[in-house]
Design a protein around this ligand. Sequence first.
Ligand SMILES: [Zn+2]
Length: 339
Amino acid sequence: MWKADSWLDQLYENALMKHRENAQSELPERRKEKLKQALGECVGEFEPNAGYTPILLERVECDDYIRERVELSATPGLSFAAYVLLPKEAKGALPGVLALHGHGYGSREIVGLLPDGSPDTNVPGIHQHFAVQLVKRGMAVIAPDVAGFGERKLEADLTLNPHAPNSCYRLSTQLMMLGKTLTGLRAWEARGALDYLASRPEVDEARVGAMGFSGGALIAYVAAVMDERIKAEVLCGFPNTFKDSIFAVHHCIDNYTPGLLLHAELPELIGLIAPRPLFLESGTNDPIFPVQGFNRAVRELQVIYEREGAKDKLQTDLFQGAHEISGRTAYDWLKHVLS
Ligand SMILES: [Zn+2]
């Protein structure tokens, strides 16, 4: 056979068969530990930046919340900015949320700003200004700039094209050659942002969750698997199987982690968050994380949550829509489980 379609399908089926064999021969808790370790090794490890002092860059009074911008660092030689949104009328320590954007112009896209930092008074785009939605419900939110977007595009890309949409390709390929991944870096920095959020006096560090959309949900699930401080999570426009999404549709290279499918398919990896509360949201007409893959992932995750005795901790919302956030029940659910 010259064409490799069926050969690739067979490799995929062989990998799934191996997962089933391993799941049958190992105790569930042991398999979870091994998968967590494998995920960490596959996305790559990063050095901490213990001595770094956060810097307050700006503090702006908005109508019912304060918006700060802070400079942070999670690994030596690399800093990033993050927005911190704090409700004005807060009493006592607040629940906190790590808010992670996907492809677009960076954290400004989720805090109600345009790329130049001015207020966005238009109808919100696919990110729905979701960090603002969360702070308006009384949660303290941190929205870090994800590496490769907005102000974090590489000079090497901007020199070639001042309108380069992102630096995913250059960051991903060079990190992969070093045995690391851009997902690994982004999840590591997200956890650095979580360190900062948890250190704020306004925040109850025992009640911290995460919400991510699309590529931000990829970072959110990896961060939650690695970091038990994330007590609840909302994943939008992402829950699926590898087979139905990143194998079936052209995706940014930052979605691919070398070797990961040798260990598990995506639903089982997301299931490592169990028994912590988890909310899965997807649009019926999402072309890049298709609905049939979302439904498969939900069914697998329901089995995992039942096995963990946490059936009611898993909630889902399939809404009429495309690759976008709905939030029609997700925002209030997150507030409820962190309260
Ligand atoms: Zn990308």
